[in-house]
Design a protein around this ligand. Structure first.
Ligand SMILES: NC(=O)c1ccc[n+]([C@@H]2O[C@H](COP(=O)([O-])OP(=O)(O)OC[C@H]3O[C@@H](n4cnc5c(N)ncnc54)[C@H](OP(=O)(O)O)[C@@H]3O)[C@@H](O)[C@H]2O)c1
Length: 333
């Protein structure tokens, strides 16, 4: 239990967390960041969310990843974070790297979705109020919108940074060509892209297959991976069936039907490889993403302190020998 009056652990930067430089920038990010997409909304107990966020900070996780519509319900993960910011983390604001995003559906009507200047700027204003902060450290265009001129979306990011409401700009879920345009536009307007945020895990290889990792490096941008545990598949969560309190049981963003016998067989084999490395499956999955220095950080989700603690150990062993990589590739590609 966390004391009602929170004081951060004095050893938070000596507890084993490592930090990596984010592209060609002055920013270092922890190898492990905490994402608030699920498990931190108004359907989750606030006390548990508080405990997890403060525990993460006490273990050197200083980057928290949010978006306008994280919850459920939409906006409520930012409100949870705001409550904790207000009560506990305010004295530590300058030690925190906080992100938010806009790009997916948020409010009804034509201005609460996609990539318009109107949506991005008004959404960030709402996010700042919910999170009870004056600025975020990075604001992302959450997805590429083929129907909005990309220069409109990019100029909105530039103007947001110039307004001081965000210190850096980022993109998420951009395909190669649009990412190239974004990197160039932002650099040309003196707001170099700090991060490209994409889904990347042992089970989801698009960033390496499509050259998005290398592209980010060449553009001087960092790369941050989301869903590195494939929403929990790459953990021991489902090795014995689908637990009632799990994400797959909710059958929404992780479908029950995706957990096939064939997948289970692969996961069990991966679990054996992890055991041989002296790691849990979750630890190996995170280490696997971090083995590559093209990756700045991985954003994990968690529904308990014990999951978080398990994941924190991953940064201790991110080296893979060629034989291990080959066995994992043969199993999963
Ligand atoms: N930019 C984007 O479009 C985008 C999209 C998705 C996510 N994201 C970001 O990435 C973050 C992470 O995404 P994610 O939640 O899908 O990540 P994930 O780390 O792949 O999955 C997290 C889930 O895995 C399970 N888990 C985590 N650690 C575990 C452990 N040690 N042992 C057993 N189970 C464990 C938990 O499932 P249970 O809840 O079932 O316990 C947890 O909720 C999000 O919060 C968000 O910040 C960004």
């Amino acid at each position: 239990m966390i004391n009602p009056v929170y004081t951060a652990d004095k050893g938070r930067y000596d507890s084993g967390m490592k930090y990596r430089r984010c592209g060609r920038s002055g920013i270092m990010l922890p190898e492990l960041s905490l994402g608030l997409w699920q498990n931190f909304g108004d359907t989750a107990p606030l006390a548990r969310s508080r405990e997890m966020i403060l525990h993460a900070f006490d273990r050197g996780i200083c980057h928290f990843d949010l978006a306008n519509n994280y919850g459920p319900s939409y906006g409520s993960a930012e409100s949870t974070f705001g409550a904790i910011m207000d009560k506990d983390l305010k004295p530590y604001r300058d030690e925190l790297f906080i992100s938010t995003k806009a790009g997916y559906d948020m409010w009804p009507g034509p201005y609460g979705d996609h990539g318009s200047r109107k949506y991005l700027i008004s959404s960030l204003d709402q996010s700042l109020k919910r999170m009870k902060v004056d600025y975020v450290d990075i604001f992302y265009s959450h997805r590429y919108d083929p129907d909005t001129p990309l220069e409109e979306t990019m100029q909105a990011l530039v103007d947001i940074v110039r307004s001081g409401k965000a210190l850096y700009a980022g993109i998420s879920n951009y395909p190669v060509e649009a990412a190239e345009y974004a990197y160039n536009y932002l650099r040309y307007h003196d707001t170099p892209c700090l991060l490209h945020q994409l889904k990347y895990s042992i089970l989801h290889r698009v960033p390496e297959n499509e050259g998005l990792l290398q592209q980010a490096k060449e553009a001087g941008s960092g790369f941050i991976a989301f869903s590195p545990l494939a929403q929990g598949l790459l953990t021991d969560r489902y090795l014995g069936g689908i637990p009632e309190d799990s994400r797959a049981a909710r059958d929404f963003t992780l479908k029950r039907s995706s957990i096939t016998a064939e997948l289970m067989e692969k996961l069990k084999k991966l679990d054996e490889i992890a055991s041989d490395r002296g790691q849990s499956l979750a630890q190996m999955a995170l280490s696997w993403v971090l083995k590559d220095d093209l990756v700045t950080s991985v954003i994990v989700g968690a529904s308990s302190i014990s999951q978080l603690d398990d994941n924190l150990q991953a940064v201790q062993n991110t080296d893979f020998c060629e034989e291990e990589i080959k066995i994992i590739n043969d199993l999963t590609i």
